[in-house]
Design a protein around this ligand. Structure first.
Ligand SMILES: [Fe+2]
Length: 198
């Protein structure tokens, strides 16, 4: 299971910083919030206290900013600009479609500094283009490298798809929101591709 990453600051520090930035004293802030000054001290000095998203949004409104502006940054997960993931730490996700284990996703290294970047080693388990099952497209750009085996790609309208066979060593790009599906070529056994979503 993923652990909750540490934060650079506390919510309380962010709220206090914003309050001071707009020159609002604690007494005025407490009054608008309907809290005592002691409550505000507790909130600012003790990690935000019992802070709900609703409360944070209310506070953001009072302080003339957004809840995201009051949300602390994560501590970086890079070591001098690098993050290493050992083979045993690759999460494996079964990609079921139409009742079969269509893909197996081996999740390669990610970094919270670039959350849109999602690299995968994808095992393509079905080797019959006639049994292709489409997705509905996704919001990421995708680049795929055919690492092991030949891939049959279908895309566009599932009822009248475009098709291409991409041999081992080939690669292709899929734009966001284009429905698509991969199988290995007929009777060739499972294949493997590297897929980079960004
Ligand atoms: Fe995809």
């Amino acid at each position: 299971m993923a652990t909750t990453p540490a934060l650079e600051e506390t919510y309380g520090q962010k709220i206090k910083g914003r309050r001071e930035h707009i020159k609002m004293d604690r007494a005025s802030f407490a009054k608008v919030l309907g809290l005592s000054v002691d409550d505000v001290v507790a909130m600012e000095e003790k990690d935000g206290g019992e802070l709900t998203l609703e409360k944070l949004t209310q506070i953001a409104g009072i302080l003339g900013t957004s809840a995201s502006d009051l949300t602390p940054e994560f501590v970086t997960d890079l070591d001098g600009g690098v993050r290493v993931q050992a083979p045993g730490d690759n999460p494996v996700v079964e990609g079921m479609r139409a009742g079969t284990e269509y893909y197996t996703y081996n999740c390669l290294v990610r970094t919270r500094t670039l959350p849109k970047l999602v690299p995968l080693l994808l095992e393509v388990n079905v080797d019959d283009p006639a049994k292709a099952e489409f997705n509905g497209g996704h919001d990421a750009h995708e680049v795929i490298f055919c690492m092991e085996g030949d891939i049959h790609l279908k895309w566009g309208d599932p009822d009248n798809p475009k098709e291409a066979t991409v041999p081992e060593g080939g690669s292709f790009y899929i734009a966001p929101n284009v429905p698509h599906t991969l199988t290995a070529t007929k009777g060739s056994g499972p294949a493997k591709v590297v897929s980079v979503n960004f």
